[in-house]
Design a protein around this ligand. Structure first.
Ligand code: TXA
Ligand code: MG
Length: 312
């Protein structure tokens, strides 16, 4: 374990990345499992450590918006979103540029790359020190709850990483919002730390395709993800016998509450930590109170629906 605010540890982390090793590091959304995005072998080690299916592509993190043009092709809406929300909790999926140095395996065979400029100071310092794009999915095993503390990472992937940089709990606590483009028009691919209302305030229309995880038209379309071990029941008013209840807002009674004051930002920051805690504590199942479907509530509900989806 290293400290994200210590220069020696950041320097060591950058050296390890450049040597092809895996380094877990904090971002403002969740902890990432990082590797040199330009090395196919290093990126392959991420897939192995996470036991992640090879068809699921990775986000590459950049130190600065000015680097995007080296790897991908801009469009006007993408530029406007980057200007408004970078550095921050937004990922843009753009066409790969010819001779893009990001390893093909990070794109999982697609002609696009997912790019993000994070705002966390340690992530930025690490990216600057490495001088390369860093591929980093959330630092959890595939399908499990994303980590929002260094201890979460150590518990799940400690043996597989060369170094974990501890930067304390993540401020946002939910993954980035992912926006792709169809004929250069923005399409929401995953709700996250930047709300769709915020996106629309910058670019006007943002399509949410029916039948994508962001807008499920049937529960069966949700692949299980972000899942605790225990079954999860949504929109619960209270816990049934055997269930532990996770409340939201002042109307929820009980000891566990995502935000007693009904604040969605607080609830997002606490969601994954609370799910992990309740998963380890007493009770055979978890019942969660309804969360309003606006602002960060959409991203919270997206994660909860997938956590509750049938598992295969
Ligand atoms: O906040 C975040 O985004 C965190 C931090 C570490 O940056 N990362 C993260 O990565 O959540 P991951 O791998 O857990 O989720 C990345 C998502 C996946 O759902 C993947 O399918 C999608 O991004 N993705 C990556 N490249 C893509 C592409 N070329 N086209 C469409 N989706 C893509
Ligand atoms: Mg993930």
């Amino acid at each position: 374990m290293g400290r994200a605010d210590r220069l020696e540890d950041l320097t060591r982390a950058a050296e390890l990345l450049l040597a092809g090793r895996l380094v877990a590091f904090p971002t403002e959304t969740v902890y990432g499992l990082g590797a040199d995005a330009t090395s196919g072998a290093a990126v392959a080690a991420i897939f192995a450590a996470k036991q992640r299916p090879a068809f699921n592509p990775l986000i590459s993190h950049l130190a600065d918006t000015g680097l995007v043009g080296e790897f991908a092709l801009w469009n006007d809406a993408a530029r406007a979103l980057a200007q408004a929300f970078w550095p921050g909790a937004l990922t843009l999926v753009l066409p790969r540029r010819e001779n893009c140095a990001i390893a093909r395996i990070a794109s999982a065979g697609l002609d696009s790359v997912a790019l993000r400029v994070p705002s966390h100071p340690a992530a930025r310092a690490l990216l600057a020190a490495a001088g390369r794009p860093i591929a980093a999915p959330s630092a959890n095993r595939s399908g499990r709850i994303s980590p929002t503390t260094a201890a979460h990472v150590a518990g799940e992937l400690g043996k597989d990483v060369a170094l974990i940089l501890d930067g304390g709990p993540c401020a946002i606590g939910l993954e980035s919002t992912i926006v792709g483009f169809h004929q250069k028009q923005p399409v929401l691919l995953r709700p996250g730390g930047i709300s769709i209302e915020q996106l629309r305030a910058v670019v006007g229309a943002v399509e949410v395709r029916a039948g994508t995880p962001a807008a499920p038209s049937a529960p069966g379309q949700l692949s299980s993800h972000y899942a605790p071990d225990k079954p999860l029941r949504l929109n619960a008013r209270q816990g049934a016998p055997g269930e532990v209840f996770l409340g939201f807002g002042p109307v929820s009674a009980g000891e566990h509450n995502l935000s007693p004051g009904g604040d969605l930002i607080e609830a997002a920051a606490k969601l994954f930590t609370m799910l992990r805690r309740l998963d380890r504590g007493p009770g055979e199942a978890i019942a969660v109170a309804p969360i309003p479907e606006h602002g960060l509530g959409r991203a919270i509900n997206d994660r909860l629906r997938r956590a509750a989806a049938p598992r295969f």
